[in-house]
Design a protein around this ligand. Structure first.
Ligand code: ADP
Ligand code: MG
Length: 231
């Protein structure tokens, strides 16, 4: 709790009141699993981190000026360790091309989550002026705006309510293993929705939050991409 408060207050008064990778620690504190990884600011360090993670990693540009990283080619999935240093330079130059004066904090090197048996879901929240904090669950990934398969509740939700949310979206059969696919770990999804809803209920200063995607696999969930707006 105290640590979360510290991280959140570090943002207030900053010209941009958003948190991305810094929010990973908040999720750790609330027991929502995040992928292994770190943010680095040079290619050698990127390689070192990648070696500690596995044969292939995911790399993402970290910049407060770039909200949708994949739109500018700022996400590389499945980079072999030997190519990590080159990928680092490439990500930075893509960001520079997109916006020459962008603040670039570095590159996030992340554990590669196997999406073959996985489903990209979204967990989000915003504050309704009348009802207060709402929690949202739905189908996630880069097509989330096109699909619009989401459901909402007042935060916080308990286990039963969170379970209901995972049952009522159109994509629910996907989570339960349609067409010979293995089912994802639904309990882990329910738990993540419940914990995120508790986080936003505990901290009203979080006016908006997006976990997109929360990757759900048969082995559990991982909050892979976070965005948080603090008032
Ligand atoms: P953004 O939403 O800013 O474009 P994301 O971090 O969400 O950036 O990455 C975009 C997409 O890349 C995700 O929706 C997912 O399909 C894939 N991806 C991102 N991180 C990972 C990861 N650690 N493992 C596997 N796939 C990933
Ligand atoms: Mg995303």
């Amino acid at each position: 709790r105290e640590r979360v408060r510290e991280i959140l207050s570090s943002v207030t008064g900053r010209s941009d009141n958003r948190l991305g990778v810094e929010a990973m620690e908040i999720f750790d504190a609330y027991g929502v699993p995040t992928p292994e990884g770190a943010v680095v600011d040079d290619p050698v360090e990127a390689e070192r981190v990648a070696e500690g993670i596995g044969e292939e990693v995911v790399m993402k540009i970290v910049s407060p000026d770039i909200l949708h990283k994949s739109d500018i080619g700022g996400v590389k999935v499945g980079v072999p360790v030997a190519e990590v240093a080159d990928a680092y330079e490439d990500l930075v130059s893509r960001a520079r091309n997109y916006q020459p004066d962008a603040t670039i904090l570095g590159v996030q090197v992340q554990e590669l989550i196997d999406l073959d048996d996985g489903v990209e879901t979204i967990v989000g929240s915003h504050t309704d002026p009348q009802f207060g904090p709402l929690v949202m669950f739905g189908l996630g990934g880069v097509f989330v705006e096109i699909m619009e398969d989401t459901t909402f509740r007042l935060a916080p939700v308990g286990r039963d309510e969170a379970a209901e949310m995972t049952e009522e979206i159109d994509a629910a059969p996907l989570l339960r293993g349609a067409r010979g696919r293995e089912a994802v770990d639904i309990d882990a999804v329910v738990d993540a929705v419940r914990r995120v809803s508790q986080l936003v209920a505990d901290f009203p200063s979080i006016v908006e939050l997006d976990v997109n995607p929360l990757v759900a696999t048969p082995d559990g969930v991982r909050a892979v991409d976070l965005r948080l707006t603090v008032d």
